[in-house]
Design a protein around this ligand. Structure first.
Ligand SMILES: Cc1cc2nc3c(=O)[nH]c(=O)nc-3n(C[C@H](O)[C@H](O)[C@H](O)COP(=O)(O)O)c2cc1C
Length: 166
């Protein structure tokens, strides 16, 4: 599989997650790219598209995703298989936890994409999230600020889940 892993990261947490995820897809042809240097069209052309985003400024997308998400409006994602991973702070921002994940989900789904890798909210403590679809996260929710010790385990389980679902 040709896999594109794209991340936006302000302090490095989502970037580290992208690298961890890449390690679990080493049998595949993986490209890891920072979204600060791409255009929306660069997201296309992969068998599987993985997008990583952190949430900032109380419910905003990470800086480098902001324009990109705007540009994804109206794009054709028909037939695109994708998954989302996010970094957020559930205790500091319990009402906007992982909102960025939801922003990406909404755009790609509107364009006809097919989302993989939903996960349970069990083990998290927050009130609201735009990243919730039918009571589940629309991807992998990571919280380096409060649950960093769980990241490796969560990434490993999620990557295994993705390979089974695909
Ligand atoms: C000013 C500020 C605002 C933040 N706002 C949110 C938020 O609304 N929701 C959330 O889940 N996390 C929020 N966070 C937490 C970051 O998403 C978290 O620290 C994340 O690990 C940063 O990842 P990055 O280094 O890849 O950008 C905020 C952090 C800061 C410093």
């Amino acid at each position: 599989m040709k896999i594109g892993i794209f991340f936006g990261s302000s302090t490095g947490n989502t970037e580290t997650a992208a690298e961890l995820i890449e390690g679990h897809f080493s049998d595949h042809d993986c490209t890891v790219q920072d979204v600060s240097s791409i255009e929306a069209g660069d997201l296309l052309g992969y068998d599987f598209l993985l997008m990583g985003i952190s949430t900032w400024y109380v419910g905003e997308a990470q800086d480098d995703w902001i324009d990109l998400i705007d540009d994804m409006e109206g794009m054709d994602f028909n037939g695109v298989k994708f998954a989302i991973f996010g970094q957020g702070d559930q205790l500091g921002y319990p009402d906007t936890f992982q909102d960025g994940m939801g922003m990406i989900y909404e755009k790609v789904m509107a364009g006809g994409g097919q989302c993989f890798g939903f996960t349970s909210i069990e083990g998290y403590d927050f009130d609201e999230s735009r990243g919730l679809i039918d009571g589940k996260f629309c991807g992998l929710s990571l919280d380096e600020d409060n649950q960093g010790e769980m990241t490796d385990e969560r990434v490993e389980a999620w990557c295994k889940q993705l390979l089974e679902e695909l």
